[in-house]
Design a protein around this ligand. Sequence first.
Ligand code: C5P
Length: 243
Amino acid sequence: MSRRRQLYEGKAKIIYEGPEPGTVIQYFKDDATAFNAEKRGTINGKGVINNRISEHIFTRLSHIGIPTHFIRRLNMREQLVRQVEIIPLEVVVRNVAAGSIAKRLGIEEGEMLPHTLIEYYLKADDLGDPLVSEEHIACFNWASHEEMMDISSMAIRINDFLSGLFAAVDIRLVDFKLEFGRLYDGDFSRVILADEFSPDNCRLWDMTTNEKLDKDRFRRDLGGEEEAYQEVARRLGVLQKDE
Ligand code: C5P
């Protein structure tokens, strides 16, 4: 890895220069953080599992026509992806009240929301990723109106598709976070899905027992995070028998 130039190091991933122009390599770490990195730890083998789960989800999404940055998995912890300009928004889709919305609005965790909610948070670690409205996004030009139309319609299609995909393996898709990027072609750009989809950035509850199979196990000190991530991978059929 030393032969490659590191472009960026995030909390759970490192981005290296790719082999061809317009590509980068996304490396999945075992590091886990929560509460804007106030809590830190590692989940053994998480990077390997998230690489596989994200590959699986992005591949399935591309089959229903969602454009994504994913090109191919390179090895246990790395995937080749298209280089994009990340839109500075975390797009959170919620089906069931949990986490910050339950706390912020005093709703009991586990309550079904009357309809699916999309929320936008500004990607700004120093500000703790504040919740922002579409008016803020337009006012400060973080994304154009056309980009927001693409983002919201993709978020809804992704939610519909993935809710079914997880339900088929007895998992409730409670909520998740997406990130989008601009792919440039000369002066023009289009929005594609970027980052990752893994138990690090979604809530997955066993439909029968309500057991949490996601990063809340780490955030809330519930233990068993390695087993939970492995269980998700196993149910999705993405781990080989010997992994
Ligand atoms: O914390 P909150 O309830 O707002 O999180 C909503 C969803 O977004 C959860 O699935 C969480 O894992 C994800 N999320 C994330 N990265 C953040 C904040 C939230 O992946 N910085």
